[in-house]
Design a protein around this ligand. Structure first.
Ligand code: NDP
Length: 450
């Protein structure tokens, strides 16, 4: 039995209660088998056994007072997964579904994603089961301040640099950075995604969505096609989805949907980004509000989706951009997309396609990118924010965007060339996993048995 399979089999037994982490580990371990089984050095150094175990997971309680002075308690974590390539880097997620399994899958993915950027950053992820939805600004602030009162002990600009993710945007980053400064009196850029007037980088807000579209452009060009004029179905309506939609408009594609957990918008004329930003970034409202402001658009409620399906993937399109959350697109959804002629699926969220969907896209040999490659523009630009903080300079929007462009092209090239080298040229999942793995493994070997 192959080395990768043996490690996976053992992991499936000892981590049986962590389904999301097992899913992410299985995808990586089984696709890198052609490399690790060929070269005994990986087993000799125990690389896979070490890689599937985080360096450490920090777990703490966050006790805070709501607006009625009632005591509220949430659980929070920081999973520092792998620091072989550099300081830990990865977002914080605030969502009721957050648990250790989810954060471990995200931290594991982040390790390979950060490696793919070509930058010197290790992998981590953190978050809490706190739900910012429906909370007042003051409640969110008290929660963030209490969380940082514990988290500050474990983070630092050359140690661990958190950022945003689901439920953590500019407001939450601001409250966490404010508390970090209050406790430490340090202005060392410990978090990324900061406001541009207090240390943030221009283009960081846009980076994940823009970067994913640049990646999709590369994939389409790789098969002699273009995104121009293509009908695009985008899911989600948060940071990543909004800026993917904005960039799609800018390059002449046609984004016709967006969604949240309650339903989706179908806007045949193209999603109006100004209205979407007003609804989601300013009013923090649901998508029914978009439909109120844009009566020509159609709203489809999630409770009307067919059983076991995500209705948005029934909308016929040329290109799909899943940009909401993990496992939002299953095998049946993939079959619907393929039946309707979808030619390209660019993952914007982390692990949005479940294993059956991934297999269907690989089998159909359409353009298909794993999130760890196509959504890496966010973390890459976060590292550009770290570089600006460290050297006390500020780059223009265009300078950052140009670097982002280059990084996304390099990631695509690395994944595509590696896929070719290992005999399956359309399999960017394998290409990205092997390319990301090689660098982390080589650093781990150089650093010794730690
Ligand atoms: P946001 O919190 O800004 O937006 C998340 C969006 O996804 C919302 O529209 C939300 O709807 C929807 N969503 C969340 N959970 C569910 C669910 N269970 N079912 C259906 N819809 C859901 O997050 P981001 O845009 O920042 O992140 C989106 C994805 O991109 C995540 O997978 C994240 O890990 C990934 N990512 C983000 C990066 C970044 O820079 N922000 C970088 C790289 C990856 P609702 O409001 O109803 O919950």
């Amino acid at each position: 039995m192959s080395y990768a399979q043996r490690v996976m089999d053992r992991l499936s037994v000892i981590k049986a209660g962590e389904p999301e982490f097992l899913q992410a580990a299985r995808e990586v371990l089984l696709t890198i088998a052609p490399l690790v089984d060929k070269d005994p050095k990986y087993e000799k150094h125990g690389i896979l056994e070490r890689m599937v175990e985080p360096d450490r997971s920090i777990n703490f309680r966050v006790t805070w007072l709501d607006d009625k002075n009632q005591v509220q308690v949430n659980r929070a974590w920081r999973v520092q997964f792998n620091e072989a390539l550099g300081p830990y880097k990865g977002g914080m997620r605030f969502h009721p579904s957050v648990n250790l399994s989810v954060l471990k899958f995200l931290g594991f993915e982040q390790t390979f994603k950060n490696s793919l950027t070509g930058l010197a950053i290790g992998g981590a992820k953190g978050g809490s089961d706190f739900d910012p939805k429906g909370k007042s600004d003051a409640e969110v602030m008290r929660f963030c301040q209490t969380l940082m009162t514990e988290l500050f002990k474990y983070v630092g600009p050359t140690m661990d640099v958190p950022a945003g993710d689901i439920g953590v945007g500019g407001r939450e980053i601001g409250f966490m950075v404010g508390q970090y400064k209050r406790i430490t009196s340090l202005h060392d850029g410990v978090l990324t995604g900061k406001g541009v007037v207090w240390g943030g980088s221009l283009a960081r807000t846009q980076a994940t969505g823009y970067g994913a579209v640049y990646f999709a452009q590369n994939m389409m060009e790789g098969v002699g096609k273009t995104l121009e004029g293509k009908k695009c179905v985008v899911s989600g309506s948060g940071n990543v989805a909004i800026y993917a939609i904005e960039k799609l408009h800018q390059i002449g594609a046609k984004p016709i949907t967006c969604s949240d957990s309650k339903g989706y918008i179908y806007d045949e004329a193209g999603v109006d980004v100004k209205i979407l930003k007003q609804v989601k970034e300013v009013e923090r409202a649901r998508l029914t509000r978009y439909q109120e402001l844009r009566p020509s658009a159609k709203y489809v409620a999630a409770d009307s989706y067919p059983k076991g399906r995500n209705g948005i993937w029934d909308v016929p399109c040329d290109v799909a951009f899943p940009a909401a959350t993990q496992n939002e697109l299953n095998g049946a959804d993939a079959a619907a997309l393929l039946k309707n002629g979808c030619q390209c699926v660019c993952e914007c969220a982390n692990m949005p396609c479940d294993e059956a969907a991934m297999e269907a896209f690989l089998k159909a040999k359409i353009c298909y990118s794993p999130g760890k490659a196509s959504n890496a523009g966010g973390v890459a630009t976060s590292q550009l924010e770290m570089a600006q903080n460290a050297s006390m300079v500020k780059w223009t929007f265009d300078e950052v965007d140009k670097k982002l462009h280059g990084i996304m092209k390099d990631i695509y090239t690395a994944a595509a060339e590696t896929a070719k080298e290992f005999g399956d040229p359309t399999n960017l999942v394998m290409g990205a996993n092997i390319a990301g793995f090689k660098k982390v493994a080589s650093a781990m070997i150089d650093l010794g048995a730690i």
